[in-house]
Design a protein around this ligand. Sequence first.
Ligand code: 13P
Length: 255
Amino acid sequence: MDKSLRTPVIAGNWKMNLTPAAAKALIEEVKPLVADAGCGVVFCVPYVDIAAAAEAAAGSNIKIGAQNVHWESKGAYTGEISAEMLQAVGAEYAVIGHSERRQFFGETDVTVNLRVKAALAAGLKVILCNGELLEQRQQGITMEVVRYQTKINLAGVSASALANVIIAYEPVWAIGTGLTATPEQANEVCKGIRQLLAELYDADTAAKAVIQYGGSMNAANAADLLAQYDIDGGLIGGASLKAKDFAAIVAAASA
Ligand code: 13P
């Protein structure tokens, strides 16, 4: 397998931060800093920021995404947003299955799968998150958990559709905690996910799949994580809210 088959993607997940005006200002600040990036650059922003972010990013190499998407195209689903609605305001990506959705909002592997299939069918690119809890790592079942999640989340997704899926391995214990997985720990799980994709699909599909690491990735640790063979980018929370830090991670992925 050849790492050069894959273009890394650095995606910022702003979570519940920034108003539309602040979103515009941050993107304007980041734009010149990442103009020469040798990787994909995405910001996944709050729903209400998508239009402003897409307008600010227009004509640049920055793509805009949402942080979730519902599986129906319309109907009586109070508080939800469809893929068509996201695309209408300029989103090209959707994060699906983030651990904060799973932990705090009852998201299950089955609903994650419904969302993934609907997003892909509508033409969105998907950043599919998985990852183990601290106690699961301590019990030695990290790979079982991640394989289980990924298998259910990708059920019914074809090999050709998988080209529009980025898998983000995000150990829950590393998110927002300042505790980062070591490059070796992160690579081991990303490698295991690639192995699973080879089993579910084929070796070529697995070799081309973009697999990110997420969890306290920052300007200081990004280069070591991104140098790992099976890590093709990052999903960045806190550090994506700071233009210079985010740009430094993009530079590390471009090296
Ligand atoms: P932090 O980078 O803030 O740990 O968040 C990671 C994350 O959850 C990205 O989706």
